[in-house]
Design a protein around this ligand. Structure first.
Ligand code: ATP
Length: 248
């Protein structure tokens, strides 16, 4: 795969809800295989943008292509080429581990034999073979998140969108989750991730920071720290938040 290939292209994207502008003139590109952090405080407009990039909502204006498909005219092709996971929308608690894999594998268009072989592979990798017939509700949150991520990429999509995937778990479990993200990225899957944890921002190849619907900074964590004269991403994030408050 050509590593300089752009798998997400966003040019002058706006999303308005009546008079309110949730996404204002967003312009950025994401490269194939990149881990792209999409940061912003609560209400900054991240979920609004992700919904558009996943083909679930139309932008008000702008040119946007995802996995080579236009988000206005080719939404079904966009959906077929992406995976999605969020804290709010995840696995079915009252189905077993295998039933969830079978369900999502079916939705993503895998055959019965592909589902069986993929689920064996996935459960082995996660060391979850013993839990195959356990209900999701019986698993600790960290395991649910790892499983949800593995299921979101079971069809080997070009891009996976992760909306606050690691909420509520400890740093060690989060770190293990990120090992799975790195594996996916090495396998050529582009990762688009939102998070409120600044240690996770450091793990990204590039990070954008959105304030009140606008992208105020976008670069590698290293460059952002230099630019904002900061020792960590927490400081970068806080100086942008302070700027926004000052303007108001
Ligand atoms: N359907 C809608 N109608 C009107 N306003 C909306 C709608 N959806 C989102 N908004 C507003 O757009 C703004 C951005 O919301 P969004 O959910 O995209 O933020 P976010 O950055 O994902 O925040 P969080 O981290 O809390 O999920 C918020 O002020 C929200 O109230």
């Amino acid at each position: 795969m050509n590593s300089t290939q752009q798998v997400i292209r966003v040019k002058n994207m706006y999303k308005k809800f009546g008079e309110f502008t949730a996404n204002s003139d967003l312009t950025f590109e994401v490269k194939a295989g990149e881990i792209f952090g999409f940061l912003g405080a609560n209400g900054a407009g991240k979920t609004t943008a992700i919904k558009i990039l996943c083909g679930l909502s139309f932008p008000t204006s702008g040119e946007i292509s995802v996995a080579g498909f236009d988000v206005y005219k080719e939404r079904e092709s966009v959906k077929r080429n992406i995976g999605y996971m969020s804290q709010k929308f995840s696995l079915y608690e009252d189905l077993t581990v295998f039933e969830n894999i079978r369900f999502y594998g079916g939705i993503y268009g895998l055959s019965k034999s592909e589902i069986n072989s993929k689920s064996d592979e996935l459960l082995k990798k996660l060391d979850l073979e013993h839990a195959r017939n356990k209900r999701i509700s019986a698993l600790p949150l960290g395991w649910k998140q790892k499983l949800a991520f593995s299921v979101a990429i079971i069809h080997n999509p070009k891009i996976v969108f992760l909306d606050e995937p690691t909420g509520g778990v400890d740093p060690v479990t989060r770190r293990q989750f990120w090992d799975l993200i790195y594996d996916a990225s090495r396998a050529g899957i582009t990762v688009f991730v939102t998070t409120h944890y600044m240690d996770e921002a450091e793990y990204c190849d590039r990070v954008s920071i959105m304030v009140d619907g606008k992208i105020e900074a976008l670069d590698t964590p290293e460059e952002l720290k230099k630019q904002f004269n900061a020792t960590d991403m927490d400081q970068v994030f806080l100086s942008l938040a302070r700027t926004a408050t000052h303007i108001e």
